[in-house]
Design a protein around this ligand. Structure first.
Ligand code: FMN
Length: 169
């Protein structure tokens, strides 16, 4: 029986869900069974052999609903292999400053459970997908560049590595 993996994600503007689908696709190609679900639709992780957690990063932090799931399911998540990815803009340029910024993004998750693999992946910025307040802050104050900065090769490479870790555990 192939191992059954849950790829669950927390998003605000949709990009983390798209990346979760790409990760699941790679896991399936590697011979695993992968189900993709938004965090809010996950009742329990008991039926899964391994889990991938994906979260958008806003103001330096994972989404609160992702942290709620981690805390609620901590006991099971401590018994099975878990990998996590953070989707953010700081991952779009590989500079020492950006590396320092993204290094701590998954710390709240790592304070609760052990990860077999983790990644910070570049996301996207579309002003039209933001609420009024976030749009004002991002467009006028932060002046973040608009665009889709996803790096399919990097996502695929990381997911292949996760598949290897899951298969061997
Ligand atoms: C209000 C707001 C705050 C953000 N804060 C950060 C941040 O602290 N660090 C970062 O690298 N990216 C930050 N971003 C960029 C998002 O992480 C990026 O747009 C990501 O693709 C969002 O994922 P989602 O589409 O799944 O919600 C922020 C975006 C918004 C709108």
């Amino acid at each position: 029986m192939p191992k059954k993996v849950l790829v669950t994600f927390a998003t605000r503007s949709g990009t983390t869900g798209q990346i979760a689908e790409t990760v699941a696709e790679v896991l399936r190609k590697a011979g695993l069974t992968a189900e993709v679900l938004p965090v809010k639709d996950v009742r329990s992780v008991d039926e899964f052999d391994a889990v991938v957690l994906g979260t958008a990063i806003r103001i330096g932090k994972p989404m609160p609903e992702l942290m709620q799931l981690v805390k609620k399911q901590r006991s099971r998540l401590s018994q099975i292999p878990v990998a996590a990815f953070a989707v953010c803009l700081a991952a779009k340029g590989d500079t020492p400053e950006n590396r320092k910024t993204i290094a701590g993004y998954l710390d709240p998750v790592k304070n609760e459970i052990t990860l077999v693999s983790e990644a910070a992946l570049a996301g996207a910025m579309h002003y039209a997908r933001l609420g009024v307040f976030a749009r004002f802050v991002i467009q006028k104050m932060v002046k973040a560049e608009e665009g889709d900065f996803r790096e399919t090769e990097k996502i695929t490479e990381w997911a292949q590595n996760v598949a290897r870790r899951f298969r061997s555990s």
